[in-house]
Design a protein. Structure first.
Length: 221
């Protein structure tokens, strides 16, 4: 496990408000880029699949554009991150215990097997455990990765939480997505039209721009 913040994953916790679980480098931007740009000092990202050198450079450029610092890489095989679910949950447990987030963001379980694995492992890592050193994340949200519109199994998730964004945050999300040039799609695609998507989500809630999330659990003091 690699970390740009703490390579040895010291047992000493370094709390962060929001932890985003990304199956691949770019999912954090497409799903939560506006949120991260809005709260860069409150966010950390853990990437499950090992990016190659090109995508690592793109990830770093996107991270700089969004303005956050803390990242963790689980270095699992792309396309097979869920092959050992027990190991995956354990690795996420370790990052969550280190970050002690108030809010955990996990991807919608769309048709990509890594996204399904990330969702299922994230839900398990957010469990209430009888183990005393397990961190219980008070609030859990599912984020939308609009690149996939087919689901392999039904859920009761609904887009019912909307983060209002400003124009600067939408623009930084657009530029961060543009940094992932190796993942570029020619023609109409959600990754090519970040501003339009944010405007469509926001206008339906009477705000200029927004990102959408599904609430799994919320505990507020």
């Amino acid at each position: 496990m690699r970390s740009s913040h703490n390579p040895d994953l010291s047992p000493e916790p370094v709390p962060v408000r929001r932890l985003i679980i990304a199956p691949h480098a770019d999912d954090e931007t497409l799903g939560c880029g506006g949120l991260i740009a809005k709260y860069p000092d409150e966010c950390a990202v853990v990437v499950l699949a090992r990016p190659d050198g090109v995508r690592t450079n793109e990830f770093n450029a996107a991270r700089d554009m969004l303005g956050y610092k803390r990242t963790y890489f689980l270095d699992l095989r792309d396309g097979y991150v869920g092959d050992d679910m027990h190991d995956l949950v354990g690795r996420l447990d370790a990052v969550i215990a280190l970050c002690q987030p108030e809010d955990l963001y996990i991807p919608y379980p769309s048709m990509h097997q890594d996204h399904i694995a990330a969702y299922e492992a994230g839900i398990r890592a957010a469990r209430l455990s009888m183990t005393t050193d397990h961190w219980f994340t008070p609030s859990v949200f599912v984020y939308d990765i609009a690149a996939y519109d087919v689901n392999l199994y039904p859920t009761d998730l609904r887009w019912n939480v909307f983060e209002v964004l400003g124009q600067d945050e939408v623009e930084r999300k657009r530029l961060a997505m543009a940094a992932y040039s190796s993942q570029a799609v020619i023609g109409p695609h959600p990754s090519n039209d970040v501003e339009h998507s944010a405007r469509a989500i926001g206008s339906a809630r009477r705000v200029p721009w927004a990102e959408q999330f599904a609430l799994v659990r919320e505990v507020r003091g």
